[in-house]
Write a protein that binds this ligand. Structure first.
Ligand code: G
Ligand code: G
Ligand code: MN
Ligand code: NA
Length: 253
């Protein structure tokens, strides 16, 4: 309970921070987007999401925290667009049940409107398992987001429910191959086959495909051979504070 109270106050005390990790098109070295990842600055320590997102989800605090993340991402994307002169996009992770709330589209409008950026400056990530559970509830919101230019990425793709029907009916723009498959490239015989299948699926449906968790050069090379050149991972950049990323973003353009 003590921790819950502390987390509750974290928002008003401005203890939440977003770190950012670039998504890179390796053939051109261009940064195509950045993913926002939340941290909690508490008693001089940066608490990683694994230690507070589960509590936030159990208590429902994830909703105000995510609304804060949308506003903060919009503020940051405005700052980057102004200072770097590039049309960078920031991807925000949202819990799926927020997509079944009718006010999500208004939240996005408010967040981008306040900072004078187009809605498409934000992208939303939703995990595959959650999307499947709530398929019917999220559909109207996804369609409205699509209309205003907000792209949806499926996070941790390949680990969730194995029905693919929703990919043809929902306006999805991007599949993010779960990092367990990237980790196992060159280790298990199945992983390259799975990556290859996801890349083929994405191409056939006209979706972008991004490899997550790329740590080694040999993974990078194998991914290119498998037809995936959009990547995120420690080999390029760990999630870092916004200031640390400015140089990276400029260099990539
Ligand atoms: O940032 P890593 O660096 O440790 O993030 C761990 C996990 O926490 C990721 O799988 C990510 O999906 C989740 N996560 C990080 N930031 C957020 C956030 O702002 N909202 C939600 N819902 N999940 C997040
Ligand atoms: O939302 P998602 O589950 O995709 O969150 C991304 C998570 O992946 C974050 O916890 C981030 O720190 C982590 N991550 C990003 N790049 C790498 C990587 O190269 N290796 C590993 N092990 N984790 C990574
Ligand atoms: Mn993500
Ligand atoms: Na992921």
């Amino acid at each position: 309970l003590e921790r819950e109270t502390a987390l509750h106050k974290a928002i008003e005390r401005e203890e939440l921070v977003l770190h950012y990790q670039p998504q890179v098109e390796v053939r051109t070295r261009q940064v195509t987007a950045v993913e926002a990842l939340m941290r909690w600055r508490r008693d001089g320590r940066l608490v990683p999401p694994a230690e507070f997102i589960p509590l936030a989800e159990e208590t429902g605090l994830i909703v105000p925290m995510s609304e804060w993340a949308l506003r903060e991402a919009a503020r940051q994307v405005r700052a980057w667009r102004d200072s770097l002169g590039v049309d960078i996009t920031v991807a925000v992770n949202l819990p799926s049940h927020m997509f079944s709330r009718s006010d999500l589209v208004e939240q996005i409008h408010d967040a981008v409107g306040q900072h004078g950026v187009p809605p498409g400056a934000l992208r939303l990530e939703i995990t595959e398992d959650r999307l499947m559970e709530d398929h019917h509830a999220v559909t109207p919101t996804l369609l409205r987001l699509n209309e205003i230019g907000v792209e949806i990425a499926i996070d941790d793709f390949g680990t969730g429910y194995s029905s693919l029907a929703y990919l043809t009916t929902l306006p999805i723009a991007e599949l993010k191959i779960d990092r367990t498959f990237i980790r196992d490239l060159g280790i298990t015989a199945q992983s390259p086959a799975i990556v290859q299948a996801i890349v083929a699926l994405a191409k056939a449906l006209g979706l972008r495909v991004v490899a997550e968790g790329v740590e080694h050069l040999r993974q990078q090379q194998q991914l290119i051979r498998l037809g995936c050149s959009l990547m995120q991972g420690f080999i390029f950049c760990r999630p870092v504070a916004a200031d640390s990323l400015a140089a990276e973003l400029q260099a990539g353009q």
